[in-house]
Design a binder for this molecule. Structure first.
Ligand code: ATP
Length: 237
């Protein structure tokens, strides 16, 4: 499989606090990758460093054949990286305004067409297009976050804990939507999660622990690892 994202020995952090200690991972074209890790492992920091919201200290990030280690966030967005934070949306803007912001770097004409496609994917959002993002239900907010991210027409979607704050029913719905989008839009995905329901969707899994990748493999390999099974699934055999 052709590689889309290569992260090599990445180091970064905040001020004097180092969080990533040489993390490496890769995402192939049209591959869905899940990044697992306990609270504070550095998942958000890794995703933000790939998206350019946190500066890389050392290491290299190559996207679509180009070295973007020092590129500004807008260059990464226009180059095809879409980032959805844990909150995902602007609660004080309407659904339409959120989508418009998602397509900020694209021509207005393309944005209107793309917003129409997003409303076809997510009919609830069409109905609520004049409503404030903050007035939507948790599940609808996540859908808006996904739609907002897709407005920039990314090749790679990076998501930080899309399941956070959702009931199991909505987690299932989000996974269904992501699966469908993965198929229809031929998207590559890198999703940081703690919710093991996402594992069935993952073609590859990485575990991040104290800023370092300690496992990579598929779901079968992961379930076959005793220590990991105990940490993430709470079962010892
Ligand atoms: P969580 O699931 O809780 O979000 P995480 O795996 O995403 O965890 P990070 O949010 O990347 O982990 O945090 C890694 C470490 O960096 C933590 O010790 C955290 O306290 C610290 N950290 C995060 N953001 C900042 C910041 N803006 N300034 C200083 N330290 C930070």
């Amino acid at each position: 499989m052709k590689s889309l994202l290569e992260v090599e020995a990445l180091e970064s952090g905040y001020g004097l606090t180092q969080v990533l200690w040489g993390s490496s991972l890769s995402v192939a074209c049209n591959q869905s990758v899940v990044l697992l890790g306990v609270n504070g492992a550095g998942k958000t920091t890794l995703l933000k460093t790939i998206s350019g919201l946190v500066a890389a200290w050392k290491g290299r990030i190559v996207f679509d054949g180009k070295d973007i280690t020092r590129a500004k966030p807008n260059v990464r967005i226009t180059g095809g990286i879409g980032y959805m934070s844990e909150l995902g949306i602007f609660p004080n803007l309407t659904v339409e305004e959120n989508l418009k912001l998602g397509g900020y770097f694209r021509p207005e004409k393309d944005n209107r067409k793309r917003a129409g496609e997003m409303f076809d994917y997510f009919p609830d959002l069409r109905e609520f297009r004049k409503k404030m993002g903050g007035s939507l239900s948790g599940g609808q907010r996540k859908m808006l976050g996904v739609a907002k991210t897709l407005m920039s027409n990314p090749k790679l979607v990076i998501m930080d804990e899309p399941s956070s704050g959702l009931s199991p029913k909505f987690v299932k719905k989000v996974i269904e939507v992501l699966k469908a989008l993965h198929e229809r839009e031929k998207l590559s995905m890198l999703i940081a999660e703690q919710n093991v329901s996402f594992l069935d969707f993952a073609q590859k899994i990485y575990i991040l622990d104290k800023g370092q990748v300690t496992f990579d493999g598929d779901v079968e390999e992961l379930k076959g690892n005793d220590t990991i099974r105990q940490t993430y699934f709470g079962i010892s055999h």
